[in-house]
Ligand binder design. Structure first.
Ligand SMILES: N[C@@H](CCC(=O)N[C@@H](CS)C(=O)NCC(=O)O)C(=O)O
Length: 327
């Protein structure tokens, strides 16, 4: 655990939010240093003198201090929902970080910009939002038919715009598709996780990890996965198994559900009891390259999750599973 990267973050900052969002997507864990913008820790300023969050410091000392770079770093480790598949050829992130953020700041905090007119920035910002809304109406997401890193990079800023004047945002009929799109992020259980709270970090204080509900999966004990026989046989051809749980793929869910030994019987009862041929895969975690993270489900129970395809070669044993199975 000592080699976890360190993340300096600020809960409400949209740049830090998109960085945390990508860490969640990629199944990564970091040492979490929540900061106060008015009292930035000296350690953060040594790592990144420009003094903006997020800052990610890797175990080899490499510093990543642009949120987009943090996103790409995280998704280069694991991109189970295939967020990096499309290129931002329309330059939407640039439009967001440039003109849209410019108008957002002046619309939201007009008092801080003497001489600026709120209405001018409201109109210019809404024009951009309507353009994004039209894209979503036509395609489903900003770049096409599936969510990409561009959606992930922009939604925290649209959320901020809405917070600045919810009535205006909610009353605009041209923004209906954009509102529905934003709600996909806000209604996702991931939103609550990325908005977890922590006290401002100090060297002598507690040293939380992000996400706070998650733990590192020990590599020294086997993991298990229940698989339909047909799914496992299909994986033999490609060399990789890509099913998350019964009837759902890795790309749909974002990780492959696994269990520790003590959790198997309940998992079988809940999802596989009527499934016909069910196989028990024993996974050797030391043979996995994709990130592993134990995440809490709604009742607080931790389950190990694999944030990438399961190589057939990482499965040390395959045998039929029945209720009378005993490991
Ligand atoms: N280009 C940077 C911008 C980050 C940024 O401006 N973050 C704000 C907080 S939302 C910040 O740290 N501001 C410094 C300050 O307010 O002192 C990135 O994408 O990471």
């Amino acid at each position: 655990m000592t080699d976890l990267p360190v993340l300096y973050s600020f809960r409400r900052c949209p740049y830090a939010m998109r960085a945390r969002w990508s860490l969640l997507e990629a199944g990564l864990l970091v040492r979490w240093r929540e900061i106060e913008l008015k009292r930035k820790p000296a350690e953060m300023l040594v790592a990144s003198p420009k003094g903006t969050v997020p800052v990610l410091v890797l175990s080899d000392g490499t510093v990543i201090d642009e949120s987009i770079d943090v996103m790409h770093w995280a998704l280069a480790h694991a991109d189970p929902r295939e967020l990096l598949t499309a290129r931002d050829s329309a330059g939407l992130i640039e439009e967001n970080d440039g003109p849209f953020k410019h108008h957002l700041d002046r619309f939201k905090y007009t008092d801080r910009y003497p001489g600026e007119k709120k209405l001018t920035h409201q109109q210019a910002g809404v024009a951009i939002l309507r353009d994004w809304s039209e894209r979503i109406a036509l395609q489903g997401w900003l770049l096409g038919g599936q969510m990409t890193v561009v959606d992930g990079a922009i939604w925290p800023f649209v959320r901020q715009w809405r917070i600045a004047d919810p009535n205006l945002f909610d009353a605009d009929p041209q923004l209906i598709p954009l509102r529905e799109w934003l709600n996909r992020f806000l209604d996702d259980p991931m939103f609550e996780r990325l908005m977890q709270r922590a006290d401002p970090w100090s060297e002598k204080g507690s040293q939380p990890i992000f996400p706070a509900d998650a733990v590192v999966v020990p590599r020294g004990q086997p993991l298990f996965h229940l698989a339909l026989g047909s799914d496992w046989r299909a994986a033999q051809t490609s060399g990789e198994y890509q099913i998350s749980t019964r009837g759902m793929t890795l790309a749909q869910v974002g990780f492959i559900h696994c269990s520790w030994e003590s959790q198997l019987a309940a998992t079988y009862e809940r999802f596989y009891a009527d499934a016909g041929e069910v196989l028990l895969l024993t996974i050797d975690p030391t043979r996995l390259k994709a990130p592993l993270r134990a995440d809490a489900i709604a009742n607080g129970e931790l389950f190990p999750h694999l944030y990438g395809a399961l190589p057939v070669a990482a499965v040390s044993e395959v045998r039929p599973y029945t209720t009378s199975s005993c490991i």
